[in-house]
Design a protein around this ligand. Structure first.
Ligand code: GLN
Length: 478
């Protein structure tokens, strides 16, 4: 039953052929039997999920449907770790994040906390302090990151669907590498209240699912204005499922010339080109476009994201939150040892970088300049969207790489997000859908579609038309 889509599970629940308890029990059994190989979950509270299943109202939009939650989002009464030693064993969520409250109001059941790179910093889950998640298609490879646990459990049928977060690609890249659908909503579409902040001007929560329809269903539930997040947009939430099954004839699809560069894996390039042909056969019109500031996106992101992270992570100091060093000599010894012991290497690297770019004397040269380049990157997209309805590219330049392969070279790891990072800098929305496989070994390839701010419906229409006319989403790892 854990291999069902949300839509199929919903149909069975509503027809009475399946009960919420039986569905929840079967997912728990699947996790117990299968997660040893994948290590997608940090923890799960079977009792709480079963209790929720027993009172579930299947007439609600997501009634009785269990959803896995990235371990960076607060679920009241459950341990929250952000896959960091600094929080592990020391923190229980005192409240529900807005997305969790909304999921519950829609009848869904939060089930399981999924693994991630520590504080969502990374592209492979290898920065998790709790262990690396394995790619279900080849367990010697990474699942992508930072929401690698969410992607892996959806793809391995250990969850119907999951929530992830995306600051620079962390929903779309692992979805691509594990063969599922991942949607990063427009900045402000979904409340961030109760998601532990990494880079507050970039973070968004979004769905990771087996189909585009399921993403639309989840997005319906989690979207909307929230007084608790001042950056959430006060705009009406459409019914995203109404965007399914639409004609895409006449739509102009932009292919940024800066994205089709050397260094893309040949099979990824071939799959993307085949996807363009497929969309053309559905009536879409490919148009070459330019996003001239693309080459600065990664550098800009790693100034802004680290600056924001260095400020956001100041709260983990053993007084307000987290692990506390034993018997400190004095206050400064307390702070130094607490943070030295609690944070992993990548998190420390980012705090150092972020503190540096914000420090007096460097602030103008790095931080202010990065903000200016961010504006140029945003303008690139606005100009492109004058000419095209959506933009298309590979989600990741390469398929899933081997565990350990890129660990010694942070820059190689940062380049994994070369096609996803600019989306967050611009605040627009994007989706990754499966678009094929490499031959030997068989690994999923993802297609990224981007649309202007608040145009998730357009993303869903194009992604659904593509998905429904191709076989890729039906394939499962064995
Ligand atoms: N891989 C990028 C990083 O390490 C993006 C992470 C994310 O989106 N959370 O910052």
């Amino acid at each position: 039953m854990s291999s069902l889509t949300l839509a199929d599970a919903q149909e069975q629940l509503r027809s009475g052929s399946l009960t919420p308890r039986a569905l929840t029990e079967s997912i728990i059994a699947a996790i117990e039997a299968g997660d040893g190989k994948i290590r997608g979950y940090n923890s799960f509270d079977a009792e709480a999920a079963l209790a929720a299943a027993d009172t579930a109202d299947v007439s609600l939009p997501l009634g009785g449907l269990p959803i896995a939650i990235k371990d960076i989002i607060n679920v009241k009464g459950e341990a929250l770790t952000c896959s960091s030693k600094i929080l592990e064993g020391t923190f229980t969520s005192p409240y529900d994040a807005t997305v969790i409250a909304k999921l519950r109001a829609a009848g869904a059941i939060p089930l399981g906390r999924t693994n991630m790179d520590e504080f969502a910093m990374g592209s492979s889950t290898e920065n998790s302090a709790l262990g690396t998640t394995k790619n279900p298609w080849d367990t010697s490879r990474i699942p992508g990151g930072s929401s690698g646990g969410s992607a892996a459990v959806v793809s391995a049928d250990l969850a119907l669907a999951a929530l992830g977060t995306d600051t620079g690609g962390s929903i779309r890249q692992p979805a691509a590498l594990c063969g599922c659908v991942g949607l990063k909503p427009t900045y402000g579409r979904v409340s961030r209240y109760g998601a532990v902040a990494f880079a507050s001007s970039l973070d968004q929560i979004g769905p990771m699912t087996k189909t585009v329809r399921d993403s639309a269903m989840l997005l319906n539930a989690i979207s909307g204005h929230d007084a608790m997040d001042s950056t959430s947009l006060d705009e009406a939430v459409p019914d995203f499922t109404a965007a399914l099954g639409k004609e895409i004839k006449g739509m102009k699809i932009g292919l940024p010339k800066e994205y089709f560069i050397d260094g893309i894996d040949p099979e990824v390039r071939a799959a993307t080109e085949a996807a363009v042909k497929q969309l053309e056969s559905l009536g879409a019109e490919p148009v070459e476009i330019s996003l001239p500031h693309t080459e600065y996106a990664t550098a800009t992101y790693y100034v802004i994201a680290t600056a924001e992270a260095s400020s956001n992570l100041a709260r983990f100091e053993g007084v307000r939150y987290g692990h506390r060093a034993d018997a400190p000599k004095d206050l400064s010894d307390h702070y130094m040892r607490t943070r030295a012991e609690g944070f992993g290497a990548e998190v420390k690297r980012r705090i150092l970088l972020g503190t540096y770019v914000l420090s007096s004397g460097y602030y103008d040269a790095y931080y202010i300049r990065a903000q200016k380049v961010r504006t140029l990157i945003r303008q690139d997209f606005s100009e492109a969207f004058q000419k095209v309805d959506a933009i298309l590219s590979p989600t990741s330049p390469v398929p899933a790489f081997g565990i350990g392969e890129r660990c010694d070279d942070p820059l190689q790891m940062y380049l994994a997000d070369i096609f996803t990072i600019a989306t967050n800098l611009a605040g627009i929305c994007g989706i990754s859908v499966p678009c094929g496989f490499t031959k030997e070994p068989k690994l999923p390839i993802g297609l990224q579609i981007l649309a202007p701010s608040m145009q998730e419906e357009r993303l869903i229409s194009i992604a659904d038309a593509y998905e429904q006319s191709t076989p890729w989403h039906k394939e499962r790892p064995c």
